[in-house]
Ligand binder design. Structure first.
Ligand code: ADP
Ligand code: MG
Length: 728
């Protein structure tokens, strides 16, 4: 066995779970390292606190003087906790988080020194924008970018650094990050939803989008990962034959959490508590070594920040436990991949979840309004939803016969389907008193009861209604949630604006009562949105055919899917809502194409290297052993040897065939890459990578995996699937 593989397995077998002692209750730990509004209340003057609270709730500006006060109080709080540095913490378009630390420490005259942190440092910084992806924004505008404080997401201490969540924009105001458009989209859905809520309750002043993500991941021993260059460099295995036992027995899902993983989770959860990330649920997922972590849902911007922070914390805590976390959507062939379900809803400042049926017919009409408008928004923008979750790694999941297909559809369950069918028959125009009573009592009035036993959850649906929220399941485990959340909130905002206009027109022109007008518009929406509703098996071929008939898109690959992002419809959606201008949209499109190209390029290089420098030489080595054996047999048995060496001779030939095909395919792939690299247009280049380079990854894998089955296990250089997934 290769030394690396041998030591990796040996090291893994010798590991013991770290002892984690939890000295305090979780509720006591929660938020200790967060400069929350409650802490602001304790440490700020009343006027400073009022100013920052208004900024959080209404998005108003904080003046310089007040910023100085807040900075000073924040600094004192942080210093008392042993903090030495501060950083503006942001999410550039790489998808990861970025931070540049500065010490509070400053020298003053006469060789003295103090800790200093003023309002200016809190509110704005100027990191060099040139090394972050900008998709051409930098070419047309100035290179400098700046970060600006987002008071809606509280500052927190991470290690010995005070982290201040910020937006990251170019000097001319274009968003260079994920957070800026998200904040704009959340504002858009807030004002659109408040306007619609006024039909039902005049007291509603603010609507928040909520998000509860479910993070799936794999935990693999770090020594095993070090023995696999493909996992190290690409986050997934590019080679490796299936393990004889995988997930067939369904013995991992919800099973007992292995000791080492459990100790990792407890350590991680403690860190999360301190950081105010309200994690609540943990369990084994379907595949071996696959797990899930889910929090209590939060306001969407905060939840997005928390998920980005969580992924970072997960990596760091994993180091202590000699694990590596794999966030990739498909680290292993033949077993389940990972996703990040985005549970989403809207709720009012009066405490009402707009996607949860209420107690009265009127509140249920409000529920139906938001429910049906969301379905309509998804129906009209299904291609954009698909585009919002497109990435090279997520392509292995979507449409690859596993958790959600690449076709977007909405699942609402039998009961609500029935309600929509009834509503569809509402008379056009004015309702008779009898109709009104029937509707309110028999249709709308009964919703809460029927929902109680609405347990049929279709796990194959990419966008499912699950009782009091929609669950967008197509999001990738590696993705930053801001991207899908910006899109979802934008399309719903746009839809609600259109809805309000239509209802108001009916009220004004047709002299309809408010609820009659609402019923009438909803009825039309139900008719128009039928295309997107699907209750059946989303993985089946039958659905693919049916979806095609319905005219739904089925964009299997990222380059295909991304195109929708720069459609006229997308440009005007974002522009009308003030979420992004054309430059910002175009920039994101280009960055994502570039990311796609680079990922496949790296995978191609790594696989070429592995195949030629690891697999082929191993094949040759084993072949030589066989040749020696055959020669020996010939020496002993003379002419008779052939009968005795049949299997060996056959193996020798088979190995040669595989080696030859590996060699040819790797050459072919290198050529395909070279040719693709010549292409000037990013779009065409991405398509070339998708159609000519990517399939070769699979083609090369095949003979390599076949060799793995033939070659002496002692010689095989790469840690095998059964070892990666089952060594404990
Ligand atoms: P599942 O069966 O999909 O695991 P759960 O009930 O465990 O469903 O919920 C999954 C996630 O949904 C959790 O993170 C939870 O906080 C979140 N969630 C629940 N209600 C809402 C809501 N109103 N808005 C957003 N997320 C929600
Ligand atoms: Mg779920």
């Amino acid at each position: 066995m290769s030394t690396l593989r041998f030591f990796a397995i040996k090291e893994t077998l010798n590991r013991k779970p770290l002892k984690i002692t939890e000295k305090k209750k979780r509720s006591e730990l929660f938020g200790q390292n967060v400069y929350s509004q409650a802490k602001m209340r304790q440490t700020l003057t009343t006027s400073a606190y009022t100013s920052v609270s208004t900024a959080i709730e209404k998005g108003s500006k904080i003046d310089r003087n007040i910023a100085d006060q807040i900075a000073s109080a924040m600094k004192d709080w942080a210093l008392a906790k042993g903090v030495t540095h501060y950083t503006h913490w942001f999410q550039p378009l790489t998808g990861a988080t970025a931070e540049k630390h500065d010490a509070f420490f400053e020298t003053i005259e006469n060789n003295g020194a103090i800790e200093k942190f003023g309002g200016t440092q809190l509110v704005q910084q100027e990191p060099d924008a040139s090394s972050f992806p900008n998709g051409g924004i930098r070419n047309t505008f100035e290179a400098r970018g700046y970060t600006a404080w987002d008071p809606t997401s509280p500052a927190f201490i991470y290690g010995t650094t005070l982290c201040i969540p910020t937006v990251f924009v170019s000097y001319t105001g274009e968003a260079l990050d994920y957070k800026t458009p998200l904040l704009r989209a959340l504002q858009a859905v807030d004002s659109a939803a408040v306007a619609v809520c006024k039909y039902f309750d005049k007291n509603v002043k603010k609507v928040n989008a909520s998000l509860g993500w479910e993070q799936e991941y794999f935990l693999i021993d770090s020594a095993l990962v070090s023995s696999r260059p493909d996992i190290q460099l690409t986050g997934r295995t590019l080679l490796g034959h299936d393990s004889a036992k995988g997930q067939q027995l369904d013995d991992h899902y919800f099973g007992t959490i292995p000791n080492r993983a459990m100790s990792y989770m407890r350590d991680l959860e403690t860190e999360c508590m301190l950081l105010g990330i309200p994690v609540k649920t943990r369990h084994n997922e379907v595949a071996p070594n696959q797990f899930e972590l889910a929090p209590i849902y939060e306001e969407a911007n905060l939840a997005v920040d928390h998920n980005a922070l969580l992924m970072d914390v997960m990596d760091k805590v994993a180091e202590r436990h000699d694990f590596k976390v794999l966030f990739h959507e498909k680290p292993f062939k033949g077993i389940n991949g990972s996703g990040k379900h985005n549970n989403w809803s809207l709720s009012t400042d009066t405490g009402v979840n707009l996607l949860s049926p209420g107690k009265t017919p009127m509140s249920n009409l409000q529920f139906l309004t938001f429910f049906i408008n969301t379905i309509k928004a998804v129906n009209d923008n299904e291609e954009l939803l698909r585009a919002a979750v497109a990435s090279a790694s997520n392509d292995h999941r979507l449409g690859a016969n596993e958790a959600p297909p690449a076709i977007i559809s909405v699942f609402i369950g039998e009961q609500l389907t029935h309600v929509l069918n009834e509503l569809e028959n509402v008379t056009n125009g004015k309702l008779s008193p009898q109709e009104k009573t029937d509707l309110k009592l028999n249709v709308v009035g009964k919703i809460p009861e029927i929902l109680l036993d609405n347990t049929d959850r279709n796990r194959t649906s990419p966008f499912a209604f699950t009782g009091n929220k929609f669950e967008f399941r197509a999001v990738g485990s590696k993705a930053n949630c801001a991207n899908p959340m910006t899109l979802l909130n934008s399309i719903v905002a746009k839809q609600l604006i259109d809805f309000k206009i239509e209802v108001d027109v009916l009220i004004a022109k047709k002299d309809l009562k408010k609820d009659e007008a609402v019923f009438n518009v909803l009825r039309e929406y139900i008719k128009k949105s039928k295309t997107i509703l699907f209750e059946g098996n989303g993985y089946g071929d039958a659905w693919e055919k049916e979806a095609k008939k319905r005219g739904l898109s089925n964009n299997i690959s990222t380059p295909e899917a991304l195109k929708a992002k720069i459609s006229k419809k997308a440009f005007s959606l974002y522009k009308d809502l003030g979420v992004m201008n054309e430059t910002e949209v175009q920039a994101r499109y280009e960055i994502e194409l570039e990311d796609y190209i680079m990922r496949i390029q790296i995978e191609g290089r790594v696989l070429g290297d592995l195949a030629r420098n690891h697999i082929v030489p191993t094949g040759v080595k084993y072949q030589n052993i066989l040749i020696e054996n055959v020669k020996g047999l010939k020496d002993i048995y003379g002419k008779e040897f052939k009968k005795l060496a049949q299997a060996q001779l056959h193996l020798i030939e088979e190995i040669s065939r595989h080696i030859e095909s590996i060699n040819n395919l790797v050459t072919k792939m290198t050529e395909a890459r070279k040719k693709s690299n010549q292409i000037k247009s990013l779009e065409d280049k991405a398509i070339a990578y998708c159609n000519t380079v990517k399939p070769l990854l699979e083609d090369i894998r095949y003979p390599c995996d076949k060799l793995e089955l033939l070659v002496d296990d002692e010689l095989w250089p790469l840690t095998k699937y059964r070892e990666l997934l089952f060594t404990k």
